[in-house]
Design a binder for this molecule. Structure first.
Ligand code: 3PG
Length: 210
């Protein structure tokens, strides 16, 4: 059976979206699906997040998760809204425990060896490396994977078309996260054709790698 994490690792990109208005959620969902990247990490940075997850998760051709989840309560809200995976900017045991209790995969954020060891100790093996660009980019991911060969990293933060290949060429990187194909201004402005084009370009960049 294909798991939701398999869906992420087969597409190799997780679009990280900030929705300021849930009225834009349906158009955004269309743009991602028609652009060929049917995944959305909807960040809990805005009041519109929960409602947007509710709207987007009604589609059965789109994998919707919640990002910027920092409390167990938010895990509960996100999952009840329809989120099928949880992403956190850091490692917090309550967030991991609640995600497991709710039966959804969780990708906690790490940067240092100490954080990786804490997450590993908790049985987590797929982690978000965040914020990737400002913490050394692909070189740091590569260096961290030497002592932690069992860990898969999903670098996020500063990833774009220019550095995508460098991250995805690392065996420890099954996928990256990023907002470059879903800029908040475009989403807020309802420019969904442009979002679809950027999404399709991201998908092409991944297929060019293989
Ligand atoms: C995130 O929350 O994962 C990041 O804000 C996404 O980073 P980016 O906007 O630099 O792609």
């Amino acid at each position: 059976m294909t798991s939701d994490i398999d869906i992420i690792t087969s597409h190799r990109i997780v679009p990280v979206v900030v929705l300021n208005d849930s009225q834009c959620a349906a158009g955004l969902a269309d743009a991602l699906v028609s652009g060929g990247l049917p995944i959305a990490e909807v960040t809990f940075r805005t009041d519109a997040a929960q409602k947007s997850i509710e709207i987007m998760s009604k589609r059965d051709d789109l994998l919707v998760g919640a990002g910027t989840v920092i409390t167990a309560r938010q895990v509960d809200l996100a999952v009840h809204a329809g989120a099928r995976f949880i992403v956190s900017p850091g490692y917090n045991q309550e967030v991991v425990d609640e995600s497991r209790a709710q039966g959804v995969p969780v990708l906690p954020g790490v940067v240092t060896g100490t954080e990786i060891m804490a997450a590993l100790n908790d049985g987590v093996i797929v982690m978000k490396f965040f914020p990737a660009g400002t913490f050394g980019g692909p070189a740091t991911v590569k260096a961290l994977s030497a002592p932690f060969p069992q860990v898969s990293f999903i670098p996020t933060g500063g990833v774009n078309l220019d550095n995508l290949a460098e991250y995805l060429s690392l065996p420890c990187v099954p996928a990256v996260g990023g907002s470059w194909m879903v800029p908040a201004k475009m989403v807020d402005g309802g420019k969904f054709d442009a979002v679809r084009e950027l999404t399709a370009a991201a998908v092409r960049a991944v297929s060019d790698l293989t």
